[in-house]
Design a binder for this molecule. Structure first.
Ligand code: URA
Length: 209
């Protein structure tokens, strides 16, 4: 599991536990997800390439470092992925945002794309795909398949919780894509929910049921 990074920072673990509680309100669930995604963005962007630039401070001219290349792209897998965006944009406010919508065909159980909108010049960008729950991994793998056709400079996948099954699916389909998660839980149940998990992330973010 060398390509899987569990972000075990105490603040991340504390906030995740608060989110797991069944009596967390929509308000606090959403706020905690925002805080957690800001903390996770910090870790996930740790290896972004830097370039030297010449700047003038009030006292001198110096060579300083800035992020290299075109703006990063955050790609949200609809709809729960949207819960990650604001928190991550706190850290990378200039990032571009793409969206992928997928649903599961009831006959084949395979993901089918219904929406795909990305910024231009994807081949020159680094991509971070976000979806709070890596359950079966089928949507995540299909989203990465689709994104790879645009040949971005790099792709990372970020979630809050992963099931071992989802990690295995992603590692088989896309061993080159690092996974960042706050925890790897025990298993999936027969309905595709992560156990012990936190329930339906989309419903908890948006207050639907
Ligand atoms: N999606 C969710 O929102 N929750 C799960 O447990 C699995 C998939």
């Amino acid at each position: 599991m060398s390509n899987v990074h569990v972000i075990d920072h105490p603040l991340v673990q504390h906030k995740l536990t608060l989110m797991r509680k069944k009596d967390a309100s929509t308000n606090s669930f959403r706020r905690l997800l925002g805080e957690l995604s800001t903390l996770m963005a910090y870790e996930v962007t740790r290896d972004m390439p830097l370039q030297d630039v010449r700047i003038e401070t009030p006292l001198e001219t110096m060579t300083a470092r800035m992020i290299d290349g075109k703006k990063l792209v955050l790609v949200s897998i609809l709809r729960a992925g949207n819960g990650f965006l604001d928190g991550m944009l706190n850290v990378v406010p200039g990032a571009r945002v793409g969206h992928i919508g997928l649903y599961r065909d009831p006959a084949t159980l395979q993901p089918v794309e219904y929406y795909f909108k990305m910024p231009s010049e994807m081949a020159e960008r680094d991509v971070i795909v976000v979806d709070p729950m890596l359950a079966t991994g089928n949507s995540a793998a299909a989203a990465v398949d689709r994104l790879k056709k645009l040949q971005p400079r790099s792709i990372k996948f970020v979630c809050l919780l992963a099931a071992p099954e989802g990690v295995a699916t992603m590692q088989k389909a896309h061993p080159d894509v690092p996974i960042f998660t706050a925890a790897i839980d025990r298993e999936l149940n027969d309905h595709g929910y992560i156990l012990p998990g936190l329930g339906d992330a989309g419903d908890r973010i948006f207050g639907t049921k």
